[in-house]
Design a protein around this ligand. Structure first.
Ligand SMILES: *Cc1c(COP(=O)(O)O)cnc(C)c1O
Length: 400
């Protein structure tokens, strides 16, 4: 039997705030009732604030982030279209694989796992594409497998400097509502997220924001789709309804989660993620361990992927943390298996929780054979949290 809480420090699903969990505990509803739209319509308006867009159309598909990837591709492109993307971690790899499976001609740039989307190489390949054969550029904003955040604004500049008309797709599943993301400023055409990361919800909604340009493309796109048809979704969404049964509990939870984000303020949410992530990184540095992210400019504020010392199997660290200390740490994915463990620091999180993650990781590391001084990582993070960068902005949410 386990006593106390099991701590969740994976980068999704993230911790669901108690108020959000309670908000989902409602009786089943008639999703065609005249007042059902009241529940839904406010969500679209408030999601736009999170995506930082005025003009995009927001849609929610029952499904996960992967469903939103597929919806974005199949509604806006044509079979055989060339798309430019980079592989620099497991999520960008899976997205490229999906694009291939769906029949796109994927022009892939492989970069080391630990680097970000290669803006200069994108720029070079866009410049060379004088016949406009590249129809879309895909960017994984935050590569959750490696803890690397990429420069989406830089990719937008690379497109603009070449007067290139390709659509800009951004996977923001582990960045939106936690790392600075600007749909309109960066003129993103398809922004993708899911409910179970920055939005602090269970999995179950694949959420998309679609630019006017991409909406226009969807009218002539010839890729096959049925369930994910934008026009079916948009027609019914205009009244707050869905073309099929929506997960109504999740919609109520999302209402509460968006209320919390609004109360804290999107800018403050982003600043908090940066403050907490910095504390975790201070801890990792004090242990003398390395992040997978190759350079500070890539550091992710939602997840840290940490390399274990040579002789220490990261799977053991994760197992010990879970079995002995009731704590879930993220695993090393694909080629990082056994070499890396991850601390997810995304969503409903505070200083004390980050210190727990560091403290348990220290115990698990030592038991797995690492030479680490107890308290070293915790102390480094404490110093950051308590003296160098103490929180100022938590009153609004605490008062809720
Ligand atoms: C979690 C994640 C996904 C996949 O989302 P699912 O909801 O599991 O389908 C895609 N991309 C990134 C960057 C992610 O972090």
């Amino acid at each position: 039997m386990r006593t106390g809480q099991t701590h969740l420090f994976i980068p999704g699903p993230t911790n669901v705030p108690e108020t959000v969990r309670q908000a989902m505990n409602v009786p089943m509803q008639d999703m065609r009732a005249p007042d059902f739209g009241d529940v839904t319509l406010s969500l679209f308006a408030d999601l736009k604030k999170v995506f930082r867009t005025k003009d995009a159309t927001v849609m929610m598909f029952p499904g996960s982030g992967t469903a939103a990837w597929e919806a974005a591709i199949t509604n806006t492109l044509n079979p055989g279209d060339r798309v430019l993307m980079s592989r620099h971690g497991q999520f960008s790899t899976l997205w490229a694989e999906m694009a291939e499976r769906l029949g796109l001609d994927v022009q892939i740039i492989d970069v080391p796992w630990g680097a970000g989307a290669p803006v200069r190489e994108f720029e070079r390949q866009l410049a060379a594409d004088t016949n406009d054969e590249i129809k879309a550029v895909f960017v994984t904003h935050n590569e959750t497998a490696t803890g690397v955040t990429s420069d989406v604004a830089g990719v937008r500049r690379a497109l603009d400097e070449n007067f290139h008309d390709a659509l800009l797709f951004v996977d923001g599943v582990s960045s939106i509502a936690s790392i600075d993301f600007r749909m309109d400023d960066w003129r993103v055409d398809l922004a993708i997220t899911g409910s179970q990361k920055g939005l602090m919800m269970p999995a179950g909604l694949g959420i998309l924001a679609v630019s006017e340009k991409a909406m226009e493309m969807s009218k002539t796109s010839q890729m096959r789709r049925a369930y994910f048809e934008f026009s079916d979704m948009v027609n019914l969404n205009s009244g707050g309804y869905f073309p099929y049964t929506p997960p109504t509990q999740l919609l109520h939870g999302l209402r509460k989660s968006l209320d919390r984000i609004e109360a804290e303020g999107v800018d403050n949410v982003i600043a908090r993620h940066n403050r907490l992530a910095t504390g975790v990184r201070r801890g990792v540095e004090a242990w003398g361990l390395e992040l997978v992210a190759e350079h500070p400019s890539f550091y992710s504020d939602t997840v840290s992927a940490i390399r274990t010392p040579e002789n220490v199997d990261a799977r053991e660290v994760i197992r010990i943390a879970y079995e002995d200390f009731n704590t879930s740490l993220g695993s090393g994915l694909a080629r990082l298996t056994g070499k890396v463990f991850r601390i997810g620091h995304i969503g409903d999180l505070n200083e004390g929780m980050c210190l727990t993650a560091l403290s348990v990781a220290e115990m698990a590391l030592v038991r797995a054979g690492a030479q680490i001084e107890f308290g070293s990582g915790v102390a480094a993070a404490q110093s950051w949290f308590a003296t160098e960068n103490a929180p100022r902005q938590q009153l609004a949410v605490a008062a809720e």
